[in-house]
Design a protein around this ligand. Structure first.
Ligand code: ZN
Length: 385
């Protein structure tokens, strides 16, 4: 089915629900991760709308897609980011085929409906209604990434390898699932693996060995006592730390020579991850090798920033109620994309249901998808500069 319908004035308007369905039918599960078909399909849709598109490969089958609609007017483009990959299906059976995009009772089912193919579809649909205005204004840039679900891999690769594809943005919309409610930030995530090395020996003669488990547990104790030193953030609260995995020992009657643990630190704005890594190294006093797994800085836009105020006002009119500034619980590509886009004010806003992300029988309400297109359109009409 063609998602674009040609209108009398020869403009092309994209149907967001149909486009979401098309995207659900193109699996992009990560891991293993393969955005080839999804990125190519969207490049075709955006090409037909007049966008200049660039595919960026960051590994076999791995793709980011950057699409730009240049504006003739003054001002910087409005930016949007969304990820093309989805999480796997999970072990539990689904009630509906996760790649068939079936509609039941106002819900569109499928892996990636809420997180976040509907968000991408809504933004493209909103742009398709506004092509003329966008071209005579500052234009628009889409940063569609792969590999987000495994820790913003695609966004990071794009920022490092193709800085020339980025432009300073007037604002960045992150289309992650928020039920169309605007969120102004999220905590950062620093995931680390600690490895302790020892020396193996027979379990009956431990004095000949060096037990790596003892080193690792000592390190974990120090970690639990470590003051993360983040001030309490008014919207996000305090930083947190959790040790999530521990692996060591091959058999009961040997001294283990290797122990590994992984921990997850969530940081609040103002905390510097590089600084934190240095502090952790000194906490472990050279007994533990540290390797970063995921490093995504916190994201926060000042609520009083005039652009954020305008966005909140549009959303407030839209929802018919005052907006309470909030932070989302997950992290996004937004924080990785801020430096190459000139640190624009950033809002997390998308039609998906946040509690549906990563769930069995994931769905997105079709009414939210329609609402999402209207809301994005209302923001584009603001013509941020
Ligand atoms: Zn997501």
């Amino acid at each position: 089915m063609d998602v674009a319908v040609r209108k009398a004035n020869f403009a092309v308007e994209v149907d967001a629900i149909e486009l979401t369905k098309e995207l659900i039918r193109i699996p992009s599960v990560n891991p293993p991760g393969d955005e080839t078909a999804c990125a190519n399909y969207l490049a075709g849709v955006l090409d037909r709308l007049g966008f200049a598109t660039q595919l960026h490969s960051f590994g076999p089958g791995r793709f980011n897609l950057v699409a730009q609609l240049a504006g003739n007017g003054a001002g910087r483009p409005i930016g949007f980011t969304g990820h093309l990959d989805t999480v796997p299906l999970g072990a539990a059976p689904w009630s509906f085929d996760p790649f068939a995009a079936e509609e039941h009772d106002g819900k569109l089912y499928g892996r990636g409906t809420s997180d976040m193919k509907a968000g991408i579809a809504c933004f493209i649909a909103a742009c398709s209604r506004m092509l003329g205005e966008l071209k005579s204004g500052g234009g628009v840039q889409l940063l569609l990434t792969g590999g987000e679900e495994t820790g913003c891999d695609g966004a990071r690769a794009l920022a490092e390898a193709r800085p020339e594809l980025f432009t300073e943005l007037a604002l960045l919309i992150v289309g992650e699932p928020t039920s169309n409610y605007p969120y102004v930030g999220h905590k950062g995530a620093l995931w680390m693996r600690g490895t302790a090395a020892g020396k193996t020996a027979h379990g009956s003669m431990p004095e000949h060995g060096d037990n790596a488990i003892y080193k690792a547990t000592r390190a974990i104790d120090r970690l639990r006592g470590f003051d993360l030193d983040g001030n309490e953030h008014p919207l996000m609260g305090r930083s947190t730390m959790n040790v999530g995995t521990f692996r060591a020992g091959l058999n009961i009657n040997s001294v283990p020579d290797k122990a590994e643990f992984e921990f997850d630190i969530r940081t609040v704005p103002g905390m510097d991850h590089r600084c934190l890594c240095t502090q952790l190294k000194s906490v472990f006093a050279g007994e533990i090798d540290l390797d970063p797994i995921v490093d995504v800085p916190p994201l926060y836009s000042e609520v009083n920033h005039p652009v954020i105020q305008r966005i909140l006002s549009v959303c407030s009119d839209f929802h018919g109620e005052p907006i309470t500034p909030r932070a989302v619980s997950y992290f996004t590509d937004g924080s990785v994309l801020l430096p190459p886009t000139g640190h624009p004010p950033t809002i997390i806003l998308g039609p998906g249901e946040p509690q549906m992300a990563h769930q069995t029988d994931e769905y997105c309400y079709t009414a939210r998808i329609q609402e999402g297109v209207n809301l994005y359109q209302a923001l584009l009409e603001q013509g941020f500069e």
